[in-house]
Design a protein around this ligand. Structure first.
Ligand SMILES: Cc1cc2nc3c(=O)[nH]c(=O)nc-3n(C[C@H](O)[C@H](O)[C@H](O)COP(=O)(O)O)c2cc1C
Length: 271
């Protein structure tokens, strides 16, 4: 098992912090990562680190945090996938450094975070995350929230992943034969808004076609929050494939597979 797999297994959203600033060296490391992180679409994502007190920022679901990172982008084709991919790369690096965070796309005073991020007229800031060290004890509010969205569980493997078409569930055994078991298991550990897990994957030989299964209420004027979930999942999938020595290449070319209701093609990884 790769160390990235281990990290993904240990990762969870953190909403209760220890009330201290992150160590300066650690924070600088994270800032360097933010300045260099890329995505397969080569769409720029701008990260902004914000002090909670200086900017009078807070969130009703968080406690003990001293700072945040917001991510800003220009709306357009594939922005959401690129956004999810790049921001998740940054957050996984934060976990690697011993920090905690949580994707926040709803429960924040949005206008204040946008203003503090110096949002341009042509920019959006779909999400932010607190940055800090997790408190030893999870707050009661956080524990209840996790229970409410069943944050510790995921849909069955065979409900998310398919072989050649959507009529044939992919078994873990077959996924192993095809060399994608760990990558799919890692994808399945991804965070998603309200833990809706909108990702579906159809594996055909050495290709994995990634689809989005839409729920109601996630499309705003400028972006689709669940497509950001797909970008997050793409990061986990691709990184785990790379850990196993494969060289995945991203392509956007609809394979024409018949889709269930409310399900759309997003992208393909070939290796
Ligand atoms: C795009 C996105 C937006 C999210 N928005 C919020 C939010 O507004 N408030 C919140 O408390 N959690 C939010 N979450 C966190 C999810 O609830 C969490 O990832 C999910 O319940 C799974 O739990 P886990 O991350 O601990 O595995 C968001 C997650 C994602 C990926």
């Amino acid at each position: 098992m790769s160390s990235f797999f281990d990290l993904s297994k240990k990762r969870r959203s953190v909403r209760t912090f220890n009330g201290e600033y992150p160590d300066e060296k650690v924070l600088n490391d994270l800032k360097e990562c933010a300045a260099s992180v890329t995505n397969p679409y080569n769409i720029p994502i701008r990260f902004v680190f914000l002090d909670a007190k200086d900017n009078d920022l807070s969130s009703p679901v968080l406690s003990g945090e001293k700072m945040y990172v917001t991510a800003v982008a220009k709306p357009g084709e594939h922005m959401e996938e690129a956004y999810g991919y790049s921001f998740e790369a940054l957050l996984m690096h934060a976990y690697e450094l011993g920090l905690g965070g949580v994707w926040i796309g709803g429960t924040m005073p949005r206008e204040k975070f946008e203003k503090a991020s110096s949002l341009g007229a042509d920019e959006v800031m779909p999400c932010m995350s607190p940055v800090g060290v997790a408190s030893d004890k999870m707050g009661m509010k956080e524990a209840l929230m996790r229970k409410g969205v069943k944050a510790d569980s995921r849909f069955d493997f065979e409900k998310l992943f398919f072989l050649n078409d959507f009529d044939t569930p992919l078994t873990e055994k077959k996924a192993e034969e095809l060399g994608v078991l760990d990558a799919l298991l890692n994808l399945r550990l991804s965070p998603s808004a309200v833990n809706k897990q909108p990702w579906r994957v159809v594996v055909c030989g050495n290709e994995a076609h990634i689809f989005e299964r839409h729920d109601n209420g996630y499309i705003t004027e400028h972006y689709d929050l669940q497509k950001i979930d797909i970008g997050i999942a793409m990061y986990h999938f691709e990184r785990e494939l790379k850990e196993s020595g494969k060289e995945p290449v991203l392509e956007v070319k609809d394979p024409g597979i018949k889709c269930p209701d409310r399900t759309d093609y997003v992208a393909t990884f070939r290796w």
